[in-house]
Design a protein around this ligand. Sequence first.
Ligand SMILES: C[S@@+](CC[C@H](N)C(=O)[O-])C[C@H]1O[C@@H](n2cnc3c(N)ncnc32)[C@H](O)[C@@H]1O
Length: 251
Amino acid sequence: MHIQVITLFPEMFSALAHSIPGRAQKKGLLTLSYLNPRDFTTDKQKTVDDKPYGGGPGMVMKFEPLYQAIQTAQETVLSKHCDTPPPQVSYLSPQGRLFNHLAAEQLAQRQHLILIAGRYEGVDQRLLDQVVDEEWSLGDFVLSGGELAAMCLIDAVTRLIEGVLGDAESALNDSFSNTLLDYPHYTRPASVAGHKVPEILLSGDHEAITRWRLKQALGRTWQRRPELLKKRVLTPQEQVLLAEFIDENSE
Ligand SMILES: C[S@@+](CC[C@H](N)C(=O)[O-])C[C@H]1O[C@@H](n2cnc3c(N)ncnc32)[C@H](O)[C@@H]1O
């Protein structure tokens, strides 16, 4: 996958050189490149923002530098893959569609992404109307800029690109991957200040451990995110496990 990020702060993305996104890049499964709207300005001051029409606080990112950066990003892809449609342009925005696991799975299927990280009060609406295909929000809060949001999106998508995670790190049991939250994890020592690891995990009985983990995943989801369970049709075994969990955990 090739992701091009349009940002005034490309240096912020150095975090992605580490851990799983870093490894994905070393394996050649992910390439990241950055376009700075400042490089697409025509004035001496390299102006990328201006006062809002109608007055009011803050500044707005100008249409033209962003538009030129997007054009360049698209041309870069088309010059290498002339048979593909132009890549979708996504804007990180608190007003966008909520980014979640399903969205990450969908984006992980794409070959190219162009992400725009906004700043100030946001970008000129005409850019969103004319060249942006979709808007993604990280949640109902406002960040100072789209860079952190873009990094979160890139990290979440990268984990789902085939071949990026090794078997041991498989995302299959991660929260949301099967509409359930993950089960609890423990590691050595078996006892910490008198708090013991659940006996079953020391039993070596893999079938019983799988059953226990599924029960915990169902129970946690029921306790913490009951709305997720409504999206899932429970198998008869899952219904039994959840009933057991509820029984064991009710006062
Ligand atoms: C200070 S915010 C602008 C917020 C805008 N005035 C509003 O209220 O909708 C600057 C930039 O941060 C990014 N941003 C802020 N919150 C975000 C969120 N929850 N999800 C994704 N991007 C966000 C967007 O790119 C936005 O253009």
